[in-house]
Design a protein around this ligand. Structure first.
Ligand SMILES: Cc1ncc(COP(=O)(O)O)c(C=O)c1O
Length: 452
């Protein structure tokens, strides 16, 4: 029997994150060197390593008997809890009616892109999840490359919007940002909002990393600055280390009543509702409690300690430019200063750089620039600093909180030796690349001087 695949599916590529998984798995199975048996230093996976908070786990067990379908937008207790959560943590006053629950923010962003007509503006570098969705939906889109500070330039946004003919433009704002770890401050959001108001741009503000902001009082939601034009998405995946629960939510703009009806049709057609026990469990995650608050505090402090270590250790390698993360568990490393040396070793794309780093003797997995919607020849990469045993590290932090800079460095060395060793491998890789490059140059010089 021959199955014919729909052309729409044939036309799209495997999303970059799945391509990356396959690549890493295949590497694992074919490498026969003894050192390969331990795998690789994992700077590629964007997953919080901590355990799911106990109250969520307990609520899930308690609600395992809930077999009935839930209402399409989510159960009212959960929407109420999310409303209070947003008021408490993000200082935005949204009624539960403006909140819809879905199976992860990835799905909700996809649903929003299905419902909203218009051209998508995608600032780059970007999380690897957006582009496959935009392509699948065959939407018009334009990249908006960021400048040296790696943030959206309001002027560039205005210039691009003026060129677009579409009746509606949709900006995907990811704040705090994956892959850079950077946070937009209030003024920057206001400047972007001015352009959005002037040019009638709708915003999807993906704030899935909001709760990881190291100096939490600095986080400002776009839903507060531009309430009439922003769809805010957030969920359990990063803040509560529960990506596998598949629960996210979207907050609709203040006057989007008609749109909510259209959205409901989409959700009802595609997945009816999120699993009912999961929704009950999520209530425990969004309710304001001392336990969850402490969990946020500890996890964001550990992310910050790991991030600062990674930032300083990578910055010490001559030539590498790094974003200094304000949030998340990522930073963006720019290796373009090595472009000529890399090219001499036949590494001329970021994909080839990822491949060269994963093999023996470096064993280091990164996400290369082409997966971050950068040019293929841009030698930038996302470095995730989560390769440690989250449950153990959580407990160790609780038992003995490091305070001084030297205690924090010790904490990383004791608790995340793979991060420390992985960075040393990256350093060694670039030392080797430079050495190979200078050997090639010397050989070329001496062959030019040798009389024929
Ligand atoms: C920026 C960003 N948005 C959305 C998601 C997906 O979140 P969810 O698990 O809620 O679908 C991720 C996950 O890696 C992400 O990094």
């Amino acid at each position: 029997m021959k199955f014919i695949v729909d052309q729409q599916v044939e036309d799209i590529e495997m999303p970059e994150n799945l391509k990356l998984n396959t690549f890493l798995q295949e590497f694992h199975s074919t490498c026969s060197h003894p050192e390969c048996s331990f795998g690789f230093y994992g700077f590629a996976f964007g997953q919080s390593p901590f355990p799911v908070p106990k109250p969520i786990q307990e609520a899930l067990i308690k609600n395992a008997d809930k077999g009935a379908y839930a209402p399409v937008p989510g159960i009212s207790e959960l929407r109420n809890a999310i409303s209070k959560y947003n008021k408490h943590y993000f200082r935005i006053d949204v009624s539960p009616e403006r909140i819809y629950v879905g199976p992860g923010t990835k799905e909700l962003i996809f649903n929003l892109l299905e419902v909203l007509h218009g051209t998508v503006i995608l600032p780059t570098p970007a999380w690897l999840g957006y582009l496959p969705q935009i392509r699948f939906l065959k939407k018009n889109y334009h990249m908006l490359p960021t400048r040296a500070n790696r943030k959206i330039s309001p002027n560039d946004l205005r210039k691009l919007a003026l060129r677009l003919q579409d009746r509606q433009k949709i900006l995907i704002l990811n704040n705090p940002n994956n892959p850079t770890g950077l946070l937009y401050n209030e003024l920057e959001l206001e400047e972007i909002t001015d352009v959005c108001r002037e040019q009638d741009i709708t915003v999807i503000s993906d704030e899935i990393y909001a709760q990881t902001t190291y100096n939490f009082s600095k986080f400002v939601s776009m839903g507060k600055i531009y309430p009439e034009g922003t769809f805010v998405t957030n969920g359990l995946s990063k803040s509560h280390a529960a990506g596998g629960y598949r629960l996210g939510y979207v907050i609709f703009p203040s006057h989007a009543i008609d749109l909510k009806k259209q959205f409901k049709k989409i959700l009802a057609t595609e997945y009816t509702a999120v699993s009912t026990p999961i929704q009950h469990a999520a209530i425990a995650g969004f309710e304001i409690s001392k336990e969850i608050d402490e969990y946020f505090d500890i996890t964001r402090n550990v992310h910050q300690i790991m991030g600062e270590y990674t930032y300083h250790a990578l910055s010490a390698i001559d030539g590498i430019k790094i974003t200094k993360p304000d949030a998340t568990f990522y930073l963006l490393a720019d290796f373009n200063a090595f472009a000529i040396d890399l090219q001499k070793s036949k590494i001329d794309t970021s994909q080839k750089l990822s491949e060269a780093l994963i093999v023996h003797p470096y064993h280091t997995a990164i996400v290369g620039g082409d997966s971050l919607v950068l040019e293929r020849s841009d030698f930038s990469a996302r470095i995730a600093y989560v390769d440690y045993d989250g449950a153990k590290v959580y407990q160790n932090y609780l038992n003995n909180k490091p305070k001084s800079s030297s205690e924090k460095i010790e904490f990383v060395k004791n608790n995340a030796p793979r991060i420390v060793a992985g960075i040393e491998k990256i350093q060694r890789f670039f030392e080797d690349i430079k050495m190979t490059s200078s050997n090639i140059s010397q050989n070329q010089k001496s062959s030019m001087m040798t009389p024929s």
